[in-house]
Design a protein around this ligand. Structure first.
Ligand code: FES
Length: 158
């Protein structure tokens, strides 16, 4: 990931690289997210000035595609499946439990940077519904009252 000191230079180079190309804004945002893990607001501001594109247009693109993130990733990234099987087996309750326990909304990272919450569509293990994944580790048939235990395991690891 990019260190802040070199960020301005990197953004200028990126803008230059893609300036004349079709669909350049999306390609630049992809490169930014690959470097930072998300699209930081100050980087969007620099890009807006360099390319003379309104911030509103940049945010329109970022929010249209689920892929782009506005918040930094957490140390532990939680994905809760809201695909049909998981939804019917109570996944919305898991989302509510995580949100209230960590005080975040979908797409946000806790203020200590430890957890990030996303909802996703089908993790490919519907037989284990409802499914919650933390940094690639699958937790299946999760009950609402088990969420605290699962999160505390990661909290302990720090
Ligand atoms: S619907 Fe949740 S894993 Fe497939």
């Amino acid at each position: 990931m990019v260190q802040n000191g070199s960020a301005t230079q990197d953004i200028a180079a990126l803008a230059e690289k893609w300036r004349e190309k079709k669909g350049s804004l999306i390609m630049i945002l992809h490169e930014i997210q690959n470097q930072y893990g998300y699209v930081p607001r100050d980087v969007s501001l620099k890009l807006s000035k360099l390319l003379d594109i309104p911030m509103a247009r940049i945010y329109e693109v970022i929010t249209f595609y689920n892929y782009f993130k506005l918040d930094p990733p957490g140390k532990y990234n939680i994905s809760i499946c809201l695909g049909t099987a998981c939804y019917l087996k109570g996944a919305p309750e898991l989302v509510e439990e995580v949100k209230s326990m960590l005080n975040v909304k979908e797409g946000q990272t806790t203020s200590d940077g430890l957890f990030h919450l996303d909802v996703v569509r089908c993790l490919g293990c519907c037989g284990l519904a409802p499914v919650m994944m933390v940094n690639g580790e699958i937790h299946g048939k999760v009950k609402r009252e088990e969420v605290a235990t699962i999160l505390s395991k990661y909290k302990k690891e720090g």
